[in-house]
Design a protein around this ligand. Sequence first.
Ligand SMILES: [Mn+2]
Length: 342
Amino acid sequence: MEPKIIAEIRELLQTPRRIVIFTHVNPDGDAMGSLMGLYHFLKKLRHEVTPVTPYEFPFFLSWLPGTDNVKVFTRQASEVIDKISEADIIFCVDFNDLRRLKEIEPHVTNSKAVKILIDHHPYPTQAFQYYIHRVNASAAAELVYDFILALGYQQVIDPVIAECIYAGIMSDTNSFNYNITDASTFRKVADLLEYGLDHNRIFGLLYDNYSFNRMRLMGFCLNQKMVILPQLHLGYIWLTQQEMKMYDFQIGDSEGFVNLPLSIRGIYISALLTEKDDYVRISCRSKGEFPVNKLCADHFEGGGHKNAAGGEIRLSMQQAMAEFEKIMEGYRDEIHRLYPNG
Ligand SMILES: [Mn+2]
């Protein structure tokens, strides 16, 4: 983190400010953990802070401390617009492009507030004054932690802030397995334990907190909706709106399903195709070198990280599946080169 940037932000935060924090649509554990961790930190510095999500956030993340204070734009648009117009500072966490704010985007773009990005997705857009940005950070939440330390406020970190940051890192690394490039993430997590974090409790809240319907839906996916293409080291799951209705689908219920095929020996690339009203949402994951962000940018109007990305296919589900398989077939040689040992 550039000392000059940190000094300028520290100066900005010397007086009480009106601050709005945004995270992206369909927030995951890192998005919500970063949002709430930064919220609690800035509150402790006595700023007026409003955390915002564009749409509803998933119930399985509502245990994060302070989510009662989150403003959901689809329900509280005028309040959010007022907060944006009064804001001195706007933080955006865990996304790199204001378009991921959907309908809020023009309000943020036109705001005169100082805009600060805290994110780890590659190629952030030029919409911000300050960038707290590192592509090899395990999670945006890790950058929230780095940011607090760089500002020199480690004494402010309490168990609540530690829990939010930990939940973010744990979610984005699939419990410390993905996106960790060196020992530093583990050292930071060790620090969080010393700030009073109860890590067993957070594990239970993140992973043992699902509805019966979600478990049944997962069973259905594993049993009947997974397609394996061993020659491409690829597995994917596809879900229609009708099937989701059968299991009383709630936002967040398919969280993590995209990773399921990767548990199969010899499968290194996975996807989840979810039917929406007029398109198919695609999420992709890979192990190792196959860059799913490039795949999603080149074919599915999307992007993301090398090993975790997403996009959209504007076709019916049956056509989308055929299109996806055809596109992946085109990568056969590259896949065989990247995974020579099968
Ligand atoms: Mn993230």
